[in-house]
Ligand binder design. Structure first.
Ligand code: PBG
Length: 327
């Protein structure tokens, strides 16, 4: 028997061709920023908790980036793992213009000026305690003293050829000071992608292992500056402040657990919204694939599409090169 339903939404799903015509969102290689780990080692090393992700020596980086650029990926965020004897309580290596990440940027830009290079701006790769800022005597991470260092570092980033700086520290007021510092030094086209709503997430573990930023593998507690994952109102305020301070793009991080925040940002601000699908989001999919429980390719695609559907224009993802090669 048949009913006379006037509306049958399944008519739009009858065939692959029809489904394709009505598909609302698609991934494109230029949606992505590929985060890349770099080191002073002389060989490429796989990150054990991130299968398929490597730490690259500078001299092998350009080939890797060229092959990603051939697939249509335009932007790359560099994360340095510096040797542990360069790490100090003040993290002053961040102000050494010859430090690893600045050398990498110079050499990459001299080979291909079309790629977009993003510098993650924070102290954690450089501090022995793994915090993103300077510790005061009472152990609290000092705000304004940290902002001062980040503003100085932003000039070294711009001078080394980075197109964008991405403060990932969550200190108050840093976007305004970084913008002012860049402008006063005539770096008017150097952009700021602000990690605006960055949560104190449990998904950063594999990243910290990759750049060796958690001393003795201990969990570093960043909850005096990163956001409580329970809070939406507080995230709204952080987004608004960074928008008003002059960020060119606002970022939400992690991505998939915080789709509501991405959607809020997209709906309320008229600048591009970025989302960072972080290391733990990558690792959980890859681990389940290795156990035979999930298919990484389908899950990665679904996760990235969901992040885009929620409102992200730019997606930082360790899957970027792997998914781009399939698109
Ligand atoms: C540090 C920084 C972190 C990430 C990017 N920049 C880790 C942290 O805040 O501890 C995480 C990225 C990831 O997990 O993939 N400023």
């Amino acid at each position: 028997m048949t009913y006379s339903f006037p509306i049958r939404p399944r008519r739009l799903r009858v065939s692959e061709s029809i489904r394709s015509i009505v598909q609302e969102n698609r991934l494109h290689p230029s949606d992505f920023v590929l985060p890349i780990f770099i080191s002073d080692d002389d060989r490429v090393v796989e990150i054990s908790s991130m299968p398929g992700v490597y730490r690259w020596p500078i001299d092998q980086l350009s080939n890797h980036i060229a092959s990603c650029a051939n697939m249509g990926i335009r932007a790359f965020a560099l994360f340095p793992k510096i040797s542990s004897d360069l790490k100090t309580t003040s993290g002053h290596e961040i102000l050494n213009p010859k430090s690893l990440v600045y050398r990498a940027a110079r050499s990459l830009k001299s080979l291909d000026s079309d790629i977009v290079l993003i510098a993650d701006l924070a102290l954690d790769p450089y501090t022995s305690h793994g915090q993103d800022g300077l510790l005061l005597e009472n152990g609290y991470v000092g705000n304004d003293e940290t902002v001062e260092v980040l503003a100085k570092a932003s000039l070294i980033c711009a001078d080394a050829g980075f197109d964008w700086v991405a403060p990932s520290d969550m200190m108050d007021g840093r976007v305004a000071i970084i913008r002012k510092t860049l402008d006063q030094n005539s770096y008017l086209t150097t952009g700021i992608i602000s990690y605006s709503a960055k949560f104190a997430s449990s998904y950063y573990g594999p990243f910290r292992a990759a750049i060796d930023s958690s001393p003795e593998g201990q969990n570093v507690d960043k909850s005096t500056y990163q956001l409580n994952p329970a809070n939406l109102e507080e995230a709204k305020r952080e987004l608004r402040l960074d928008f008003e301070e002059g960020a060119d793009m606002l970022m939400v991080k992690p991505a998939e657990p915080f789709l509501d925040i991405i959607n809020y940002a997209k709906t309320n601000f008229d600048i591009p919204i970025a989302a960072y699908q972080v290391s733990g989001e990558y690792s959980r999919i890859m681990a389940a694939d290795q156990l035979g429980w999930l298919d990484w390719e389908m899950c990665a695609h679904e996760s990235l599409l969901s992040i885009k559907r929620a409102g992200a224009t730019v997606i930082f993802s360790y899957f970027a090169d792997k998914i781009a090669s399939l698109l």
